[in-house]
Design a protein around this ligand. Structure first.
Ligand code: ZN
Length: 409
């Protein structure tokens, strides 16, 4: 199933008018979806005739996920509540609290369509990979990594990352009837810890079927920073219950390209030990410089260690099928820049950071630079050399225990 680095690349991109309309109503990111897909289109990236030799593009519509697909993870009670909102249920505070529909996750008009379409989009992308119709599949409206089985959380109402992992790890029958169980690596680049995804697969490798899912979240961690979870820290690997397939790599404020370049070999060491067939990359962009969170100081495309450099490594060097999802990102023009740039990388048509924003209706929002780059700012990087050295040692030891477990199955 592995593809050589220079093998032909089939890319699938998920979008539809219904998905953009529903996703643009997300209260935390109103109209972001509209902006993202408009910019991707404005650069001509959705025109299959523009693909370079050896690359093909299919634009797939997201059909709404059906109740059975959603129930592969979510509980019936949660689905019943969010899919059939009544004026009565929507004014009953106790139900809201039970299902997390309060504070940062208010109920909103169009919620049921949103949940169905985002899950449907991510699942369409996952199925294109699973059925070997694509090598890279992109759904920027997905990547909702805080939603739980029966609880909305952190602007996330649907657990599409988890649904995608469950789809990708399903038993596979090859044309010669051999049965195999693919390994799926989940790599989360969002500023926030992927609490719901990491919890969902915690200890899942402790079965007779062997390890099939590895989660690795790189995120900011500090007291009081959302989400609070003991899993989000650099956990004690000597503890009895330590699970080497549920990993966190917390970073301090101001993380720059240099810090990511330093930790990246550890990420690849883990990948090499696990040898996944599928990689799901949650490309949340709230860690980029210019995001209102103002925590990290990561650039989109300034070179080695930038978000673009990391994602390009995954797409071009890892030899896995790749599912690229969105996530956080609250400077909407920068989110559109980032996901447009990453789309161009996936297509092997890498845009220049200096590329002018094309003339299109949202053009004025890209002031004052009117270019595609998201450069780093001046914030100091508080990730000290000693800590980054500790990370390298920690992940080397963890990778060895992953290798032992993977090699004996
Ligand atoms: Zn986030």
């Amino acid at each position: 199933m592995e593809q050589a680095c220079d093998a032909p690349r089939r890319v699938c991109y998920i979008v539809s008018n219904e998905l953009v309309k529903a996703s643009s109503l997300l209260p935390s990111n109103k109209n972001r979806s509209l902006l993202v897909h408009a910019l991707v289109k404005a650069y001509g990236l959705l025109d299959p005739s523009g693909c370079s030799k050896g690359t093909s593009l299919r634009v797939l519509r997201a059909s709404p996920a059906n109740p059975k697909e959603l129930a592969a993870y979510h509980t019936q009670d949660y689905l019943q509540f969010i899919m059939n909102p009544t004026a009565e249920s929507m004014t009953d505070d106790s139900d809201h609290v039970e299902f997390g529909l309060e504070e940062d996750c208010p109920p909103f008009d169009g919620l049921s369509d949103y949940v169905r379409l985002v899950a449907g989009g991510t699942l369409a992308a996952a199925n294109a990979l699973r059925e070997d119709r694509a090598d890279i599949a992109i759904c920027w409206d997905g990547g909702r990594h805080h939603a739980r089985k029966s609880e909305a959380s952190g602007f996330c109402y649907v657990a599409d990352c988890i649904l995608a992992i469950l789809t990708l790890k399903r038993m596979h029958r090859s044309p010669d009837s051999a049965v195999w169980r693919p390994r799926v690596m989940y790599l989360d680049l969002d500023l926030h810890f992927s609490d719901a995804v990491s919890e969902a697969f915690l200890d899942s490798s402790a079965t007779s079927l062997g390890p099939q899912v590895l989660t690795l979240s790189i995120h900011h961690s500090a007291p009081g920073f959302f989400p609070s979870s003991p899993l989000g820290t650099l956990r004690d690997r000597s503890a009895d219950r330590f699970d080497p397939f549920t990993l966190s790599l917390p970073l301090d404020r101001g993380a720059t390209d240099a810090t990511f370049a330093r930790i990246w070999p550890s990420v690849e060491r883990v990948k090499d030990a696990f040898r996944p067939e599928f990689v799901l990359v949650q490309c949340g962009v709230d860690g980029l410089a210019g995001d209102p969170h103002a925590v990290w100081n990561w650039s989109l495309n300034d070179g080695k260690g930038s978000l673009g450099w990391c994602v390009d490594r995954v797409c071009s060097q890892w030899g896995c099928k790749v599912l690229m999802l969105g996530g956080g990102g609250y400077n909407h023009p920068n989110a559109a820049r980032a996901w447009t740039y990453l789309t161009s990388l996936a297509l092997g048509r890498t845009l220049s950071p200096e590329a002018d924003i094309p003339d299109h209706p949202a053009f004025p929002l890209y002031a004052p630079s009117f270019t595609l780059d998201v450069p780093a700012g001046n914030a100091p990087d508080r990730n000290e050399d000693a800590y980054l050295g500790e990370i390298t040692e920690y992940f080397e030891i963890v990778a060895r225990s992953i290798e032992e477990r993977v090699n004996c199955t």
